[in-house]
Design a protein around this ligand. Structure first.
Ligand code: ADP
Length: 367
């Protein structure tokens, strides 16, 4: 039995069907045969969520989402990162063996730095210049209005850019603490986290070498291969950044609106249609039983079946597929105390593990 651990930042993004199929359900399957834990990385979220009410709401929403999918009695330890007080302590100890040059290479830091440079050096004056030109062309000469419009254009472009601060730079070291604290073997993550896992191993090696020990186990990342990419309602990869997703907890009305707006070609009711190139069918075959998929495939190949029909069938299929998650959520919304209780239980187990590890660490470093 391996120790599996992953963390997810509570940034307020809704979980969508792509995340469910590509990341969450594979994790759930892996968790069934192993000792698994998943935590809400609220300390990491502080890098971008700068409002207390938002962070609290996002954290609760994430716990609600995971318990609805895993079941409230799941053996997976679900916990909040900030309920583990020794994590920042381990983070500090690891800071002292982490080369500065290693952190300079972090993609996330380099991206943030790049955005900040562009923002300060070139694009900001350009935004001002362009907006002035645009306003003058439109006959707007009022300086206050031009200023307001410039501000708006600036916010639109950079509203979501991270402001560069020390946490962004230290982010991978906090992540290393999260992973090394519990003797983790395997960390299931998206491909974008690969470098953070390499850094975690580098930091573990640096610590072990500095103190001539082997107390930190070197973890491996687990990146799900061959996940089929689920299309969104516009046919591109379903993604929050394209705003083309179907949320796991979309209500009936929203779900219907989204399903009915899935992009198709313009073939009419009596035309023969190709199921293999149809976005509606791609979703049908992912979520329907094989029998139902085949019966719908057959309907595509004969006249008298329109995309509207296929969409209504898909709506029924998705409603059915998502029902257990919706029911679980409705129950947990009535009993938030159950969620809190389980989060505390998860934290208790993980605190025991990190406390044991920190005894070893303290011994080794002389604290
Ligand atoms: P988004 O594209 O919405 O920002 P993320 O990058 O946060 O999604 O995705 C987290 C994980 O969810 C990814 O590592 C991937 O495994 C899975 N995932 C996201 N979108 C899809 C999709 N359309 N099809 C399959 N898996 C997906």
């Amino acid at each position: 039995m391996k120790k599996i651990l992953t963390g997810v930042k509570p940034t307020g993004d809704q979980m969508h069907l792509g995340n469910l199929l590509g990341a969450v359900l594979p994790f759930k399957r892996l968790a069934e045969k192993n000792d698994a834990a998943i935590f809400i990385a609220d300390l990491h979220a502080l890098t971008s969520v700068k409002n207390a009410a938002d962070l609290k709401r996002n954290t609760h929403e994430m716990a609600l989402t995971y318990f609805s999918i895993f079941g409230i009695d799941t053996p997976v330890h679900i916990f909040r990162q900030s309920d583990i007080p020794l994590i920042p302590k381990l983070n500090w100890i690891l800071n002292n063996v982490t080369p500065y040059s290693l952190m300079l290479r972090a993609h996330s830091f380099k991206d943030a730095l790049q955005k900040q440079k562009i923002l300060e050096k070139s694009l900001f004056p350009k935004i001002v210049f362009d907006m002035e030109k645009k306003c003058l062309k439109a006959g707007i000469s009022d300086k206050a209005i031009i200023f307001e419009k410039t501000q708006e254009a600036y916010d639109n472009l950079y509203g979501n850019a991270p402001n560069l601060n020390m946490w962004i730079f230290n982010y991978p070291i906090l992540m290393a603490a999260d992973i090394l604290a519990y003797d983790t073997d395997i960390v299931p993550v998206g491909a974008d986290q690969k470098q953070h896992l390499e850094m975690t191993r580098d930091i573990a090696k640096a610590f072990n070498k500095t103190y001539k020990t082997d107390i930190f186990k070197l973890p491996s990342e687990y990146i799900e291969k061959d996940v089929s990419i689920l299309p969104g309602i516009d046919g591109r990869k379903m993604s929050k950044s394209y705003d083309n997703f179907i949320g796991i907890f979309d209500d009936d009305k929203t779900l219907k609106k989204k399903v009915m707006s899935i992009v198709t070609d313009s073939k009419g009711f009596d035309d023969i249609k190709d199921p293999e190139t149809c976005n509606v069918f791609a979703l049908i075959k992912t979520f329907a039983t094989p029998d139902r998929t085949e019966s719908i495939r057959a309907k595509y190949l004969v006249p008298g079946y329109g995309y509207g029909h296929a969409k209504l069938e898909l709506l029924e299929i998705l409603t059915e597929y998502l029902r257990p998650y919706h029911d679980a959520r409705a129950m947990l919304e009535k009993h938030p105390e159950l969620i809190e209780q389980k989060l505390q239980e998860g934290a208790r187990i993980m605190n025991e593990r990190i406390e044991a590890k920190m005894e070893e660490v303290k011994e080794v470093v002389g604290l």
